[in-house]
Write a protein that binds this ligand. Structure first.
Ligand code: TYD
Length: 191
């Protein structure tokens, strides 16, 4: 089972993933936590490029799209191996981040031909103003106007792909409970 949390920068994904992984672990479920961009050489290059002030421009975004796809292909082996062992994979971002951020549906689909689509996607939805106030201003994507567009795209994709959309403005515990409920239903757990 491959489960992914998505959301704009500052939506609180990383905190919620930590809580989710700990909860699943406490329930005795064998979990593998992964994230994108990964720690691979491609992932490291991506993190460096994200600091560039031109990172939101078209050609830069196309370069990033290719790097994200390359980074993701490497990750697929790890995910497939974990799934074969019956482990639950929880991922901080996946293919749908490229669909939302790099935004050229057909091309993104093509270059991500080898990327597995998750069995379940939870979208932590939040207004970009609140999200930005939670960011540390680390990279060029942490800009309100840019994130307004990304949020719209996420919501469009969520509608088409049947994501579980959760209100990420709620308190930490409420969001955690919402996430637990959706994940438990998917895994057939009683909570
Ligand atoms: P993020 O999850 O915010 O990492 P961290 O919390 O460690 O900074 O991801 C880094 C950035 O990469 C984020 O702004 C979203 C962007 N991104 C894309 O634009 N496309 C993608 O395919 C992925 C996976 C991430």
């Amino acid at each position: 089972m491959y489960i992914c949390l998505e959301g704009i920068d500052g939506s609180g994904k990383s905190t919620q993933i930590e809580l989710l992984v700990k909860w699943l672990d406490d329930c005795g479920i064998d979990v593998l936590m992964v994230f994108e961009p990964t720690g691979s050489p491609a992932g490291k290059l991506i993190r460096e490029l994200l600091q560039n002030p031109n990172a939101t421009k078209n050609n830069f975004q196309n370069t990033l799209a290719l790097l994200f796809a390359a980074d993701r292909i490497i990750l697929m082996d790890k995910i497939e191996a974990a799934e074969k062992e019956g482990r639950v994979v929880i991922s901080d971002r996946c293919f749908y981040s490229s669909m939302a951020y790099q935004n050229d549906g057909d091309w993104i689909g093509t270059i991500n031909k080898f990327a597995k689509r998750p069995d379940l996607v939870l979208l932590l939805d939040i207004d970009p103003e609140t999200a930005i106030s939670r960011c540390e201003g680390k990279d060029s994507f942490e800009d309100v106007d840019f994130l307004i567009k990304i949020r719209e795209r996420y919501l469009e994709i969520a509608d088409k792909q049947d994501f579980a959309v959760l209100n990420a403005r709620n308190g930490l515990n409420k969001i955690h409970d919402d996430i637990k409920r959706v994940v438990a239903r998917k895994l057939g757990m009683c909570i």
